[in-house]
Design a protein around this ligand. Structure first.
Ligand code: NAD
Length: 295
């Protein structure tokens, strides 16, 4: 409204939006404080190439307060200094195969913080010997273990996180195109990711009424510890770079920024989604002959 009490054309619209609260309350002008006052757990940092680390750095830049987990003492030595560099001293053990570890994590976080706003789940495991050759040869033991660590753990975390998300919240997990289509050597991990993507939809439906959102990022191939366990990773990296619409692979900052979007109020209306950060590779059916060269 103008000082003389009359509405200017634009002022009138602004007043109407304030009055009717059409959801324009989210500030999208600069995101430096997008996450200020928000607290969350980042799981899956093995080193500074980890996707979890890419998300953590973006979250911290935006003002979030972070807790980190590590799997076993060997990883603790790497995670502690990384966490400290993002002003976090809440660094807790959690092997997701172990329910006591998961309970212990959420007990500790509940004691340290009044409530929880987000969880980043960037965890996967399968026997390297079964990430090459045929899916057909998958063993029962490795099938169960791969699904337990790479898929069920997300549901186990959501169960505990929900109790602390008293003001609503957001959970994300990481997936890959091999969930939906066959990619070289992804094998049982593809089956686990398909189950993970499905669990994202079921969890979103279960938790939506409480204002808790659940989404996945389907990242293009990245040079990480887990990524290098899959046979022919170099071929997949090169193929994706050559045929993705953006003609390149994505980097940690780009995946991290998508994580920030899904964990912040910028995506307040989004849940149950698999969001691709893969340079557009997933839209390609048959690559252009011009891009195939001689091969
Ligand atoms: P990474 O090796 O850096 O991270 C994997 C993490 O999983 C490690 O921190 C490891 O400690 C953790 N982990 C494994 N078993 C665990 C257990 N039992 N308990 C607790 N933690 C455990 O590799 P990354 O590529 O950053 O992987 C993160 C996620 O991203 C995974 O879900 C992976 O499948 C997914 N992803 C990776 C790519 C890629 O090309 N690298 C692409 C798409 C999706």
């Amino acid at each position: 409204m103008r000082p003389d009490g009359r509405h200017s054309a634009i002022g009138f619209l602004e007043d109407r939006f304030e009055e009717t609260d059409q959801g324009l309350g989210v500030s999208v002008v600069g995101n430096s404080k997008l996450m200020s006052g928000k607290r969350g757990i980042v799981m899956g940092v093995a080193n500074d190439h980890s996707i979890a680390w890419g998300v953590a750095t973006k979250l911290r830049e935006a003002g979030a307060e972070l807790a980190f987990t590590y799997q076993g003492e060997a990883f603790a030595k790497r995670v502690r200094p990384l966490a400290a560099s993002l002003d976090s001293n809440l660094v807790l053990p959690c092997d997701v195969e172990n329910d006591e570890d998961i309970d212990g994590l959420f007990d500790a976080v509940g004691k340290a913080w009044e409530s929880l706003d987000f969880v980043v789940h960037a965890i996967a495991y399968s026997d390297k010997e079964e990430l090459k050759g045929r899916y057909l040869d998958t063993t029962r033991d490795n099938f169960a273990r791969t699904l337990s660590i790479s898929c069920y753990s997300f549901t186990a975390l959501a169960q505990r996180a929900q109790r602390l998300m008293t003001n609503g919240g957001s959970l994300i997990t990481l997936t890959y195109l091999g969930a939906e289509r066959v990619t070289p050597n992804y094998n049982v991990m593809g089956v686990a990711k398909a189950a993970l993507e499905s669990s994202v939809r079921y969890l979103a439906a279960d938790l939506g009424a409480e204002g808790v959102r659940v989404n996945a990022i389907s990242a293009g191939p990245m040079r990480t510890l887990a990524g290098s366990a899959i046979a022919d990773a170099r071929f997949v990296f090169g193929w994706t770079k050559r045929h993705a619409p953006l003609r390149r692979n994505v980097d940690l900052g780009e995946v991290g920024a998508a994580g920030l979007y899904l964990l912040s109020d910028l995506s307040k209306g989004v849940t149950g989604e698999v969001h691709y950060v893969d340079g557009g590779y997933h839209v390609i059916g048959i690559p252009s002959p011009n891009d195939l060269g001689d091969g």
